[in-house]
Design a protein around this ligand. Structure first.
Ligand code: SAM
Length: 402
């Protein structure tokens, strides 16, 4: 059977089969036994990023049919092609500078890079001559897969020479898809006496368990106050404190250019509202979504819906001005009208290709699915009257969900 559009899957994958990283689990338990409960952000950081053991620090792919979930760029290269057109419009607005470097933190195995560069080639975009593409990954092993994927499509010549030092770039773009949702979050709960934090401790049998305590930092309550959020009694939510440092870091090399952030995200009122009493923390393993972060430690993805207000505030602090926002579906509709027929008329295109494209489009345009993913564009040194046509509104936005 074909379980995931566009891919042949012989059997439904079994999420239980992923197991857990026993070394990491033991290390975390030892640490908690020795030093006491840790914050959820510390737990999530280790579960995702511990070298050699964390979910993102293994060579196996996270996104993709053989992995645990499908991202928009993995669904079909048409998404990357649309992002390429958005960046090309920004390049135009900047006065077509050369060299122009696109940096992609969290480039994974190259789905976005392949769609974007392939789309620009099909467009015969003049930006390609100026372009140097620099993928960044927390897991270097994935970059080898990315290079091979680009080489198979004869797109690897556009890669930046990564032996050169990471010097400041005069002009460029930073594009990021589905990385913000994996930045470690603190968990908090509203109580009549005030905000409490949910730490990770051990129960009587030595298993991970949630432990309620005084907040480990006043920044948690400050964030909620800043966003005008008051939690109901018993309501749980997540707060990402790392967004400021992360965004400043990915954009610090850029003298002039744009930052494009794409993820499932929501406004604070919806994200921390009573309609979400247990928060948005989710786990993904083998295309199944789970709610227990303490299972499959190191072998399942952990993610929380991104707080749009926190991203905007972090951008302002990082000296990035808002250029506009849209959704993935809107972006595709705004710049991609002609793209489906291009993929269908490609030499050698099969019925299977046509069906894959159709089902990918259904998901990429669905405002309740991948199409509802938010696209936030910020600029530094961009002419103040810049209006990117790719960001024009076509329908009312909604927050997406993976
Ligand atoms: C959900 S996947 C998305 C991959 C790709 N952007 C896509 O949309 O298909 C997240 C990727 O980002 C990488 N990653 C996660 N956190 C990161 C960070 N802080 N910096 C750089 N890469 C990161 C992971 O290793 C993984 O390959």
């Amino acid at each position: 059977m074909s379980g995931i559009p566009g891919y042949r899957v012989e059997r439904l994958p079994d999420p239980e089969a992923v197991g857990e990283d026993a070394t990491l689990v033991e290390a975390l338990r030892d640490e908690i036994r020795r030093d006491g409960p840790i914050t959820f952000a510390q737990f999530m950081n280790r579960a995702l990023y511990e070298p050699g053991h964390g979910y993102y620090r293994r060579a196996e792919p996270g996104p993709g049919p053989a992995g645990d979930f499908i991202t928009a760029p993995e669904a079909h290269p048409i998404f990357g092609a649309a992002v390429g057109r958005l960046v090309a419009q920004a390049w135009d607005a900047l006065g077509r500078p050369g060299p122009f470097r696109i940096t992609e933190p969290g480039a994974g195995t190259g789905a976005l890079a392949t769609g974007l560069l392939g789309g620009l080639r099909d467009d015969a975009s003049p930006m390609l001559d100026a372009l140097r593409y620099r993928p960044l990954e927390v897991e270097p092993a994935r970059l080898a897969t990315l290079r091979a994927r680009l080489a198979a499509d004869r797109l690897d010549a556009h890669l930046a020479d990564d032996r050169l030092p990471d010097e400041r770039v005069e002009a460029g773009a930073v594009i990021v898809n589905e990385v913000l949702d994996a930045l470690p979050v603190h968990r908090v709960v509203g109580r009549p006496e005030g905000l409490r934090e949910l730490l990770v401790g051990l129960d009587g049998t030595g298993r991970f368990a949630t432990v309620e305590a005084e907040p480990t930092t006043p920044r948690l309550a400050e964030r909620l106050v800043l966003e005008g959020v008051v939690l109901e009694a018993g309501q749980v939510t997540e707060i990402c404190l790392g967004i400021d440092a992360w965004l400043a870091g990915v954009a610090n090399h850029l003298e002039r250019g744009v930052v494009v952030l794409m993820d499932y995200a929501a406004e604070p009122a919806a994200l921390h509202g009573a309609a979400r009493p247990t928060g948005t923390l989710r786990a993904f393993a083998r295309h199944a979504v789970g709610a227990d972060p303490f299972r499959h430690v190191g072998r399942q993805d952990l993610t929380a819906t991104v707080d749009l207000a926190a991203v905007r505030a972090a951008a302002a602090r990082a000296d990035l001005a808002p250029l506009g926002e849209t959704t993935a579906g809107e972006l595709l509709a705004a710049v991609g009208d002609d793209l489906p027929s291009r993929y269908l008329r490609r030499e050698g295109a099969s019925l299977q290709d046509a069906l894959s494209l159709r089902s990918a489009l259904a998901r990429l345009l669905d405002p309740r699915g991948l199409g509802g993913f938010r696209v936030l564009v910020f600029g530094r040194g961009v002419p103040p009257d810049t209006r990117l046509d790719a960001l024009r509104r076509i329908a009312k936005p909604s927050s997406g969900a993976r």
